[in-house]
Ligand binder design. Structure first.
Ligand code: PGA
Length: 249
């Protein structure tokens, strides 16, 4: 049985006090759920988040990391630094990292390699741009993102990888992929993994949907057979909305 997961990507939002109060609200309101719940505050607030959530099932993830162990990489954060403060989940490949910070499949493949060597769990994001979908190239783009960054790995690596399909045109735009569009792509992703590896690897990997998930649409999207949860941006910044989305699992 693959894991159901709801993860909140806070992006560059919430200062230290705001982080503490949002986490206290989540801690207090979290319902019984079969979903794993993960939050990804900014780097500077990760240690605070870990200590606020010490007695909670909510896990803490980083939004990025560098592939090197240490060294002259001004402004960067290593896996060892994250592990040292008990953060062992990392989001990689988010479309904002790809588009604003030039992260390529090659770079992501190095980051993935390092994270796996360090036994971290990865939420690996990918998804097509609007033009790709308009030109009916969305399956091709998604397939090549997966191949380039992940398909040199052994099947066993997928135990530590969660996939997050996030069509770029749906991120922060209010425009969501329809539940049918999400299901169609998630099924394609699973088939692509099954044909590269095997059906057990494909059936065991959790595939999250991300892009304007809200309390109003979460339940329907999550009800699709190949959608195992969501990566939530804007709506994860409000405890009531995030909790309502978790209830949609
Ligand atoms: P959104 O962001 O929910 O605000 O569209 C999703 C994401 O970027 O992970």
């Amino acid at each position: 049985m693959r894991a159901k997961i709801v993860a909140g990507n806070w992006k560059m939002n919430k200062n230290a006090q705001e982080t503490e109060s949002l986490l206290a609200e989540l801690f207090a309101k979290l319902p019984d759920t079969e979903a794993e719940v993960i939050v990804a505050p900014t780097f500077v607030n990760l240690a605070t988040a870990v200590s606020c959530l010490e007695n909670s099932i909510i896990q803490v993830a980083a939004q990025n990391m560098h592939f090197a162990e240490n060294g002259a990489f001004t402004g960067e954060i290593s896996t060892d630094m994250l592990l040292n403060i008990n953060v062992d989940v990392v989001i990689l490949g988010h479309s904002e990292r790809r588009s604003h910070f030039g992260e390529t499949d090659d770079l992501l493949s190095k980051k993935v390699q390092t994270a796996l060597e360090k036994n971290m769990r990865i939420i690996f994001c990918f998804g097509e741009e609007l033009e790709d979908r308009k030109s009916d190239n969305h399956f091709g783009v998604v397939e090549s993102q997966l191949k380039n960054a992940l398909f040199s790995l052994d099947a066993s690596a997928f135990k530590n990888i969660v996939l997050a399909y996030e069509p770029v045109w749906a991120i922060g735009t209010g425009e969501t992929a329809s539940p049918e569009q999400a299901q169609e792509m998630h099924a394609f992703i699973r088939e692509t993994i099954a044909s590269k590896y095997d059906s057990s690897t494909a059936n065991n990997v959790s595939i999250l949907y991300g892009g304007s998930v809200k309390p109003a649409n979460a339940k329907e999207i999550f009800s699709k057979p190949d959608v195992d949860g969501g990566l939530i941006g804007g709506a994860s910044l409000n405890s009531d909305d995030f909790i309502a989305i978790i209830r949609g699992i």
